[in-house]
Ligand binder design. Structure first.
Ligand SMILES: *Cc1c(COP(=O)(O)O)cnc(C)c1O
Length: 371
């Protein structure tokens, strides 16, 4: 059997291009603490993402922690989020001494349903942490309306939507803040890394201090900060990888068309829906398999692919409310049964990157078409 195919494959610059950057770092002896590569990357990302302020972090989880900390939400207050996300989303709420409260997802986009959020709101609610999952953009109007009506802060976990725009508006401009991850598995990576975007100058200043232990100057520590700093090697990789994002995304756009063509019209296999006016980040390609109609389950397909060396992922199964710390939490919903409880055993992310060949696509199609 040929080498295994994984759901993600990191974008990497040529090693020979990285070496001169390392030489620069060795020469300057500046390894971290807002060094020259860090400053260049922040500026480059502001330009690339079209946002007024981008603040780099050592990873997306610390960036989420800081985004919530910056808001000074009342201790123990409730933050409404989606159960269909990576663990870090819910954990960032709990680590801040806040209570994650879960709301159902929309059946088409699989992002948090604003009507379900509204059902979850009570006098102890302080914020909404929404996730643009798989690259599907949330109902940003709906969420803004709920947030405004109830006086809630609105944070977006934008880990899956690097470079997305909605009717030309950069995704990082929605809500109070957006948080990105530059983990190796993401479309754009810095090995590990994260970013907060905000247009509020007050928030920006606070985030800046929180990222560096709350240190204001040599004499003053003004905040209970953390070490969220990105180092110079990460930032150097980030500058090189930023040049490769466009071509990686283009390859994935073509791959999306391939998957769409070859998997369309299979009863019970729902392909990712295109969103009007959204330029897709191309983070993931997710299918939803209805076993009753299709005749085979998501897990059957997962196993059949695995048997031929193709490793798809059941993101995000188990969902957050299945995790020990959140088990038994209510999922607020507008339905009798939360939709997320059903879709969690139907959704499957296929390998989606420039390492997926035409032959791989044919092998995947064959597994779906088997009777
Ligand atoms: C990857 C990811 C994160 C966290 O990112 P790290 O950089 O790995 O800490 C947060 N939320 C979602 C939805 C993610 O996929």
């Amino acid at each position: 059997m040929s080498s295994p195919l994984f759901v993600a494959k990191p974008v990497l610059p040529k090693l020979s291009e990285f070496l001169p950057y390392l030489e620069e770092i060795w020469k300057s002896e500046i390894l971290t603490n807002n060094g020259p590569f860090h400053q260049r990357l922040e500026k480059s990302l502001e330009d690339y993402l079209g946002v007024p302020c981008a603040m780099l972090f050592n990873n997306g989880t610390i960036a989420l922690l800081v985004a919530l900390k910056m808001m000074d939400l009342p201790p123990g207050s409730e933050v409404i989020t989606t159960p269909l996300t990576f663990a870090a989303t819910a954990h960032s709420i709990a680590w801040n001494g806040l209570k994650p409260v879960f709301a159902d997802v929309d059946p088409v986009t699989l992002t948090i349903d604003p009507a379900a959020v509204e059902k979850a709101v009570n006098s102890n609610t302080s914020a909404i942490l929404a996730v643009h999952v798989y690259g599907m953009v949330c109902d940003t109007d709906g969420l803004r309306n709920v947030a405004t009506k109830h006086g809630l802060r609105l944070i977006y976990d934008a880990a899956h939507v690097f470079g997305t725009t909605v009717s030309g508006k950069p995704i990082g401009e929605f809500g109070d803040v957006s948080v990105f991850s530059f983990h190796a598995t993401k479309l754009y990576n810095t090995f590990e890394g994260g970013l907060i975007t905000t247009s509020d100058a007050k928030d920006k200043e606070r985030i800046y201090f929180l990222r560096n232990f709350g240190i204001k100057n040599e004499e003053e520590v003004a905040d209970i900060g953390i070490n969220g700093k990105m180092n110079e090697m990460q930032a150097a990789i980030g500058l090189l990888n930023l040049k490769l994002v466009h071509s990686e995304r283009q390859t994935r756009t073509d791959l999306r068309s391939c998957f769409n063509n070859i998997l369309s019209g299979i009863p019970g296999v729902l392909l990712p829906q295109e969103q009007a006016n959204v330029s897709n980040s191309e983070q993931y390609y997710h299918v939803v398999i209805d076993a009753e109609v299709f005749g085979r389950s998501r897990d059957d397909i997962y196993d059949a692919l695995k048997a031929i060396g193709i490793y798809s992922r059941k993101y995000f199964h188990p969902i957050c409310t299945d995790f020990a710390p959140y088990k038994g939490s209510t999922i607020h919903s507008c339905r009798d049964q939360p939709y997320v409880e059903k879709v969690k055993s139907q959704v499957l992310c296929l390998p989606f990157h420039s390492g997926v060949t035409q032959q791989h696509v044919a092998m995947i199609a064959e597994v779906f078409q088997r009777r």
